[in-house]
Design a protein around this ligand. Structure first.
Ligand SMILES: Cc1cc2nc3c(=O)[nH]c(=O)nc-3n(C[C@H](O)[C@H](O)[C@H](O)COP(=O)(O)OP(=O)(O)OC[C@H]3O[C@@H](n4cnc5c(N)ncnc54)[C@H](O)[C@@H]3O)c2cc1C
Length: 424
């Protein structure tokens, strides 16, 4: 069997893998990307059903990085600039996001409980919180922490808040003053405090359009699932029996999968560390509607636990190009880390509650499509930094550079995943 030999092999044609190939091209270095899917994009990709287009989860661009913006703008000159004004559903009420400073729709009793607990918080500078639960209680007081983010943590991160560390939070959660909390209890006319000022989205082609120039003129082999990496002979093999030889290997595939396909088997310490990495899996429940009777919000969070969906967004509100004229669409996100739901169970526990609440209407639904992603969000448990350090150090020592969200094993947005590839 003849083995194709290339200077650089890149595993995965998501935004990180494409970014790496783009950077190597600029340095006049040859590269070959091996991708298991039939097209490029990875999580930034999309799929179409009866004239409707759905991204693989919500996806907007809010990057401040100049280099990424240039690539995205060149790829998609026509964009929508949405002002982020998401909402939340809590006890059947629509609450502006973030809930902590927009509590106006709540009962007077709940507002009083939240404000009182907010006032009783420990002094923020007194103690560095050991875990996310502590952080939430210190930031927001017990009642709000227990009824909002701690509940949401179970739906989104699939664990208890105490089991998470806190470095990943960054500016993701708004930390209002007591004055803002009280003001948000008195009026719905509060300023938008979302962490990004605009959410950009291609007018045509879905989020994947942003990757257009990255994928142009690249050598990509599609439909080849890499199953074995021989680090001594610098050879990879695919499930269809093809083999490729490399001088350097860049991998954007999830770390636990990569460790599982290495030959020779890595030291015990590395294998053990890879078994301890945790992430959520996720279902995308995509719904096409024949009318425009959907909520007017680009995306919304569901705090109520009788609906297992954590977040819903509207592809057709992101861009009308995502749905046929006169139609609209929603995609619901359900996370899980063990066991899977049946399709009918998913519909009963996600769409049905929305129908019962008269948020959507059964007679408007054209179709419901359910897809599953093995890797959605990396879980920041207390051992994540130690474990991923052990694994990435070992991979570096055998000449494998890991990139992207699941190669760096980090909570990277698409711009950060792209930069991880561009900066190899
Ligand atoms: C729920 C959710 C919402 C998000 N929302 C946003 C957002 O609004 N804005 C934003 O900027 N970012 C968002 N992101 C993050 C963004 O999706 C990622 O940062 C980015 O897509 C990761 O790119 P990647 O190339 O690192 O990984 P991936 O996209 O996972 O690419 C890896 C590629 O490797 C391929 N592959 C895997 N295994 C093999 C194998 N064995 N052989 C060959 N090929 C293989 C896969 O098919 C895939 O194409 C979101 C992510 C999630 C999960």
């Amino acid at each position: 069997m003849s083995i194709q030999e290339t200077q650089n092999i890149i595993l995965g044609a998501g935004v990180a893998g494409l970014g790496a190939a783009y950077a190597l091209n600029k340095r006049n270095e040859k590269s070959l990307i091996i991708e298991k899917d039939k097209t490029h994009g990875g999580l930034c990709g999309n799929f179409s059903i009866n004239g409707f287009r759905f991204d693989r989860f919500v996806h907007f661009s809010f990057t401040a990085n100049e280099q990424v913006n240039q690539i995205f703008e060149k790829s998609s000159p026509d964009i929508y600039r949405h002002i982020p004004n998401p909402f939340n559903i809590y006890k059947n009420k629509w609450i502006k996001h973030p809930a902590q400073n927009n509590l106006y729709p709540l009962s007077e009793e709940e507002k009083t409980l939240i404000i009182n607990d907010f006032k009783k918080r420990k002094n923020i500078s007194d103690k560095v919180p050991d875990n996310y639960e502590d952080w939430l209680r210190i930031q927001y007081g017990n009642y709000f922490a227990e009824h909002f983010p701690m509940v949401y943590t179970r739906k989104y991160w699939m664990c208890e808040a105490k089991d998470l560390e806190t470095k990943w939070i960054g500016n993701r959660l708004y930390q209002p003053s007591i004055e803002e909390v009280i003001e948000g209890c008195k009026t719905s006319e509060t300023p938008i405090t979302y962490y990004s000022k605009e959410m950009r989205y291609p007018k045509y082609g879905g989020y994947k359009q942003y990757l257009k120039i990255l994928a142009e003129n690249q050598d990509i082999i599609y439909g080849e699932n890499v199953t074995c990496v021989d680090a001594i002979n610098k050879t990879i093999k695919t499930s269809k029996g093809k083999a490729f030889k490399y001088h350097h290997l860049y991998s954007s595939i999830p770390l636990p999968n990569l460790i599982g396909m290495l030959s020779p088997t890595p030291p015990d310490e590395v294998v053990t560390a890879s078994k301890k990495l945790k992430c959520t899996c996720g279902y995308q429940i995509s719904v096409g509607f024949k009318t425009n009777r959907i909520p007017p919000y680009l995306w919304w969070y569901i705090y109520d636990e009788d609906n297992i969906a954590a977040r819903v967004y509207s592809p057709s509100l992101k861009s009308p190009d995502n749905a046929p004229t006169g139609c609209t669409s929603l995609q619901l996100e359900v996370y899980c880390n063990h066991g899977r739901y049946s399709d009918s169970e998913l519909i009963q526990k996600t769409i049905q509650p929305l129908i019962n609440q008269k948020i959507v209407f059964e007679e408007d639904i054209l179709f419901i499509d359910i897809r599953f992603e093995d890797f959605a969000n990396v879980i920041f448990d207390h051992e994540i930094y130690t474990n991923r350090h052990i694994i990435r150090d070992y991979l570096n020592s055998i000449g494998i550079t890991t990139i992207g969200r699941f190669g760096e094993w980090d909570y990277l947005w698409s711009d950060q995943s792209l930069l991880s590839g561009l900066n190899i």
